[in-house]
Design a protein. Structure first.
Length: 350
């Protein structure tokens, strides 16, 4: 089945509930899951029905509204105490992507500044969740445009490698890294995408390839360990990845395997770009050592489907993200332009 690009909306509001594309079932099955309470949203985030930093923010915002609407009180103080509990539950679902806690802060801010009438506060929370979603579409399009201008001028048609999925599925519907790629494709500057498989959960193979195929963008799938060889063979002109959290000095957490790509780019003199909205920058953190790294269930690495890959008796370590030091990053592409990591601080407060 092929969908029109504008049909990829991973988080949508409809008929008084949230509709999530079930990303665990792609590419075999495209289906939506209806979420009508915050517990179900927390579970969908933990189990990665919805994933990708900006999409997590949008899902968290709607999740908080779903929790808010079920609170049965007219007393603002009681309402806010319940809301803080729900906010904590949602924040704890996935710790690395700062967009989740960023969006929840935006929502709480609305709750604390919308007067005494709980019914009105609830209405404003829903409006804020819609606003966060709509703003992300505009933001990603701006990232796409700035990224297009930041790409190397030669060759005319670029081959770009990306890691994980930072596409429509990871945002409101356009993508950050894949947004840059999409803009390059529309401008006639893209020859081909190389998609890293992205073990252990294979978001590259399952989701990035799916998105490229939907749009007719030529895509070549490689396993993560083939990237070094491809760079050495000069098959790749640029690497563009997304981000889950960026510290104020530009150190960037993204899907595990991103750091090794950045080292490879340095070795082979290939530009390495991070594309992310400003909501992914955590100006409270001095550097990447302060970014919390999520560890996930070891079954993600010791089995594929129902098949166990290794004998019993081993221990496991399954970090979901790594941190790329700022000095390996050519530019961070935000909705305000493409900057060297050291210039990031000039955007604080925007
Ligand atoms: O574990 P995931 O699938 O949520 O990880 C996603 C990534 O690492 C993306 O690159 C990042 O969130 C940016 S999405 C625009």
């Amino acid at each position: 089945m092929t969908l029109a690009m504008n049909a990829i909306h991973p988080v949508l509001w409809g008929a008084d509930q949230v509709l999530l594309i079930d990303q665990n079932r792609l590419p075999q099955t495209y289906c939506q899951v209806a979420i009508s309470d915050y517990e179900a949203m927390a579970q969908a985030i933990k189990t990665m029905v919805v994933r990708g930093a900006p999409a997590l923010g949008i899902a968290g915002a709607y999740g908080l509204y779903l929790g808010a609407r079920a609170i049965q009180t007219e007393e603002l103080g009681v309402f806010l105490a319940h809301l803080e509990f729900i906010a904590d539950t949602l924040r704890q679902t996935r710790p690395t992507a700062v967009n989740l806690s960023w969006a929840i802060e935006q929502m709480l801010n609305v709750a604390y500044t919308s007067g005494e009438d709980v019914a009105i506060v609830k209405e404003k929370l829903l409006a804020q969740a819609h606003q966060i979603r709509e703003a992300d579409l505009q933001t990603c399009q701006a990232i796409g445009e700035h990224g297009l201008n930041a790409l190397p001028p030669r060759p005319e048609k670029l081959t770009i490698l990306t890691h994980c999925n930072a596409g429509a599925l990871a945002t409101a519907g356009y993508g950050t890294a894949l947004g840059v790629i999409r803009s390059a494709w529309a401008a006639g500057r893209l020859a081909r995408v190389y998609a890293d498989e992205t073990r252990p959960r294979c978001q590259g193979a399952k989701l990035t390839v799916w998105e490229c195929v939907q749009e007719g963008i030529p895509v070549t799938l490689i396993t993560d360990s083939m990237a070094a060889h491809c760079l050495q063979q000069r098959r790749i002109d640029a690497v563009v990845v997304g981000a889950d959290r960026i510290a104020r000095n530009g150190d960037t957490a993204n899907k595990i395997g991103t750091y090794s790509l950045a080292v490879l780019c340095m070795m082979h003199n290939v530009p390495f770009y991070v594309a992310a909205p400003l909501s992914t920058v955590d100006f409270r953190l001095q550097d990447g050592t302060q970014i919390p790294i999520e560890e996930r269930d070891p079954s993600e690495i010791y089995q594929i489907g129902d098949t166990r890959l290794c004998p019993e008796g081993a221990d496991f370590y399954n970090p979901a993200f790594d941190v790329t030091p700022a000095q390996l990053i050519t530019a961070i592409i935000t909705e305000r332009g493409a900057l060297e990591p050291s210039q990031l601080l000039t955007l604080q407060g925007e």
